[in-house]
Structure formats: C-alpha cells, structure tokens
Ligand binder design. Structure first.
Ligand SMILES: Cc1cc2nc3c(=O)[nH]c(=O)nc-3n(C[C@H](O)[C@H](O)[C@H](O)COP(=O)(O)OP(=O)(O)OC[C@H]3O[C@@H](n4cnc5c(N)ncnc54)[C@H](O)[C@@H]3O)c2cc1C
Length: 499
C-alpha cells in the first residue's frame, strides 16, 4: 500500500478508555485519529422500548464468540461510538483504597496493584468532573479519600426507594446514594424509563461519547472515523515499534501510520487484536495477553413484599457496602450490592420466556430489584484466545463462595426488613459487561504485558487503555477507574512522548 495516511496518535476506538484518553490528549494539539468499529447510535422508538431491547435484542451485535466448551454464543458486547458505556448503568464508583493492596479470600488472593489508591486519587476527581458525576460523600462506610467533592448532588430517590432506604437502615445496613452519571430530568423528558441497559441516544446519560468523545472532538486536531474496524497492528522490522494499524474503513482495507498507538477496544477485543496481529501475539513476551480474564460474579436479587407496590421508574439510586471489606463478622470480604435499573415485566420476560408477561408484571410491581456483585480473581487459565477469526472466551469463574455468601447475607437482611420472598439468579456467561484483566499492568515484564502507565513493556509506542489493564476486578463497576487511569496515562504521554 503506497503512502499510508500518517497521524501522531491512533486511538483504537471511542469507548470508555479510548474516548477519555482522547479528551486527555486533545489539548496537546497532536493529530489524533480515532478509529471506531461501530456507528453512532441514533434515536428511535426502540431506544426506549423494553421489549425491543431485552426480548428482541435489537441493539445486540451480530456476532458470535465461542465459550470454553466450544459452544457459540451471542455476547452482550456492544459496538457503537461510545462502546459499552452507551448501554451502561452509569454507576461511577471508585475502587476502594483497600482494592489496591492484595486481598485474601477463601478461594485465593488478589495480587494488588503496582501503585496505591493515592496515586489514582486526583485522577478519579478529574474523571468525576468529566463525567458530571452526581453523588454525596460521607454515607458509604467504605468510601476512600476524596480530595474534591462530587460535581453535582445525588440523583434523588423516588418515594418508593426512599422507603426502601429506611427499611434497610432499620435492619442495620448503611445504604448510600450511588454516584451516577445521569442528568435525570433530561433522561425522563425523552421517556419515563430506567437507563440501566437502555441505549443512550444523547438524552442525558454521561457516557464515553457524550462526555469524553465530545470534549475531544471540540478540538480541531481530533477526528473520529465510524465503521472503522482495526484488523491488526503493524510492526517495524525491529519488532519493537508499532508503525500503525491496518483497518477496514467503509469496506476498504487501509493502512494508517502513527507515532503512538493507543489500543482501547475492550478487554476481549484488545486481547484478541494483540493475539491476531502477529504469531505469538504483540506485547506478549510474558505470555499473559488474553489471560487473567475477569468479569465479576453477579446475581439479580428480587425482594418481594406482596403488601407494598414499587412504583419507581428508574429505581437505581442506592448502594450497600456493608459486606464489602468483610463478611460482617470479620471474615473475608463478600462484595457490593446496588439497585438495578427498574426491572419490569417485559424485562423479566427476556430471562423467563416461559412465564406469561402479565404474571411477571404483577410480580415486578411488588419487587425491588438488586444487583449483587463480588470480585472475580485473576486466573491465568481464564482466557481469551483467537482461532482463525473466531474469538474464544474461556471464562473460569472464581471466588464463587464469596458471592454465595453475599447473596445469603443480603437475603437474611431483606427478610428481616419485611420482604418475605427473595429470589436470586446469577447473570449468565453471555453477559461480559464487566470484562477486564486480559492485558494487565504490573511492575514485572515477566508477569504483565503493560507497565504501570499502560505502556507495553515490549513496544515503547503502544499503550492499552481500557478494561484490559485492570490487574484486579474489585467488586465495583469498572468505568470510573478506567477513565481515571486514562486521564493519568494521557498526562504521562503528553509529558514524556509528545514533547
Ligand atoms: C448493560 C451494561 C451495564 C453496565 N453498567 C455499568 C455501570 O453502571 N458502571 C460501570 O462502571 N460500568 C458498567 N458497565 C461496564 C462498562 O460499560 C465497561 O466497563 C466500559 O465501557 C469498558 O470500557 P472499555 O474502554 O474497556 O471498552 P468499551 O467502552 O466497551 O469500548 C470498546 C470500544 O471498542 C470498539 N472496538 C472493538 N473492537 C474494535 C476494533 N477491532 N476496531 C475498532 N474499534 C473496536 C467497540 O465498538 C467499542 O466502542 C456496563 C456494561 C453493560 C454492557
């Protein structure tokens, strides 16, 4: 291919890591090209229609991955400008300070991070500002130090949820307002629906497109190309510098040269791209690319009180961290609990297709819907591999006894709080929402592909800045930590690579 287009920085995609990095690097004036596999989400009636989203899966990708047993499945992994954050629940929680040190569980231990919480703390504050987080300090018993307050006051509890908060307090729990990236008035003005797992078409969700990307694109030196799928990274003859990328843009194969390449395609796709780019993989001297895949152990927990109606629309304003640092009796930690977006009959029907929707609607009117989440531990055999062009994801769950303990402990409290029926169901393997860990940071090139600034140990001009870099999954939602590290690394790149 003659004279490939040349830019300073190619960012492979516009998801949470990529868009936040673009926002951080845009003021440097470097010519930045963002290549995004998906297109922008346009508004449509389906965007707020639960049956279209959950039963007909109209926003899901036309893609199959293989699981560990070689079974094909359609993953809940979304390809749009803004990536998975377009459908996210917008809970923007920091990792706890304790998450950065090794943690001992019954079934194993976490390795800890190559730096402590204090290193990321200022960047968390900047990420909260960029994503306009609504929250309140001083109510979460596990809250780490915040050097700046949240930019906005919390999203208010709806009346039904304010009563749930009181019921939980009466049984000794300490519910706190979930930090959220949602402009609730704007969201509800478009339609009275929850936002969790609903696509954002620019109507109030603070996601990678509406916050990170739009801020970056306000600079004339940043360009986005949609429908641009990167096929492989290109390497110089020294097998050290990445010279650029090969991509399919609007059906055409194109090579693009760049001084720096920032890969941020998500924990499954970034690992797959590195593995597919070269025999033995790129950045893979340690043979850890694709390994240590984690995804949280999660269950939906429905607390049903036949005497009380839950007429909330969005519901998702409370978190409970009373079992986060220990099990409530000094034993190993169990995890985080937070409200799900309101689960209605049409949404339940997608998980229980045999049941009539009217019966599920009747049940959901009396249920409060929770999300219980426990840490998944890094295991080298839990991994992403590529067979031909096919992604195989062999997720080996870990730490299930902690998750089981979390659901049991919460069930007991819910019963004491007056919910006689508590149903729980683990999220299945086709939901890789919190995928992470496959190209992790570390302080030793023998055990990690990336240094603590997400730079490939093997390739000085390659960075991987998405959920792949996370060395531990903690038991909180990942996006804010990805965004904070993206801002930290952008600052580092501006000071060391763009001078
Ligand atoms: C339903 C749902 C609810 C969630 N709720 C929350 C929540 O409340 N809080 C939270 O913190 N997290 C939540 N998450 C998780 C959160 O969305 C992800 O952790 C986050 O988006 C990951 O960021 P990332 O940069 O790793 O990847 P992504 O944001 O997924 O971005 C990856 C991007 O890469 C693009 N891409 C992939 N391959 C290629 C290629 N070859 N070439 C070019 N582009 C490519 C994709 O199209 C996508 O835009 C949720 C996820 C889902 C699905």
């Amino acid at each position: 291919m003659a004279n490939p287009e040349t830019v300073d920085i190619v960012i492979i995609d516009s998801g949470m890591g990529g868009a936040t990095c673009a926002a951080g690097l845009a003021p440097t004036g470097a010519r930045i090209l963002i290549l995004e596999r998906g297109a922008r989400l346009r508004d449509s009636a389906d965007a707020r229609e639960a049956r279209a989203i959950f039963q007909r899966g109209v926003f899901r990708p036309q893609e199959t991955w293989l699981d560990g047993a070689g079974q094909a499945c359609n993953p809940g992994n979304y390809y749009y400008v803004g990536g998975n954050s377009k459908l996210y629940g917008a809970v923007l929680l920091r990792y706890r300070a304790e998450d950065f040190a090794p943690i001992a569980y019954r079934e194993g231990a976490t390795p800890g991070w190559p730096f402590p919480y204090e290193e990321l703390e200022p960047w968390y504050g900047l990420a909260e500002k960029l994503y306009n987080v609504r929250g309140a300090l001083g109510l979460d018993p596990t809250e780490p130090k915040h050097s700046v307050p949240y930019p906005y006051a919390p999203v208010p509890d709806e009346p039904a949820i304010a009563k749930v908060r009181e019921r939980l307090k009466r049984v000794g729990l300490r519910p706190f307002p979930l930090p959220l990236g949602i402009d609730i008035e704007k969201w509800l003005a478009r339609a009275k629906t929850p936002w969790d797992a609903f696509p954002d078409t620019g109507t109030g969700k603070m996601d990678a497109e509406t916050c990170g990307l739009n801020k970056a694109l306000a600079h004339g030196n940043v360009e986005l190309r949609e429908n641009a799928r990167v096929e492989r990274l290109l390497m110089g003859p020294d097998v050290k510098r990445i010279t650029g990328v090969e991509a399919t843009i609007a059906g055409e194969r194109t090579a693009i040269s760049a001084r720096l390449v920032i890969l941020a395609a998500g924990a499954v796709n970034s690992a797959a791209l590195l593995l597919a780019s070269r025999d033995g993989g790129v950045a893979n001297r340690s043979d850890t690319v694709g390994r240590h895949f984690m995804n949280h152990n999660c269950s939906a927990v429905l607390a049903i009180d036949p005497r009380s109606v839950n007429d909330s629309v969005y519901q998702k304003t409370l978190g409970v961290n009373d079992f986060y640092l220990d099990d409530g009796h000094g034993g190993p930690p169990l995890g985080n609990i937070q409200l799900l977006g309101r689960v209605t009959g049409p949404i339940l029907k997608s998980s229980i297709p045999m049941a009539p929707e009217w019966a599920l609607t009747l049940m959901s009117r009396r249920s409060v819907d929770w999300y219980a989440m426990s840490e998944d531990l890094p295991n080298p055999d839990s991994r992403v591999t590529v067979e031909g062009e096919q992604i195989r994801l062999d997720w080996k769950r870990s730490n299930w006894s902690a998750h089981d303990g979390l659901v049991k402990a919460f069930r007991q409290r819910l019963r004491a709080a007056g919910y006689p029926i508590v149903l729980s169901k683990p999220f299945d393997r086709r939901t890789p929402s919190h995928q992470c860990g496959t190209v992790r940071i570390g302080s030793d090139p023998a055990t990690s592909p990336l240094d603590p600034y997400c730079r490939a140990w093997d390739h000085p001009n390659l960075f991987v800045i998405d959920a792949s870099f996370l060395p531990t999954s903690a038991a909180v939602n990942p996006s804010l930590t990805i965004a904070a590290q993206a801002l930290r690394v952008s600052d580092h790149i501006a000071k060391t690579d763009l001078r």
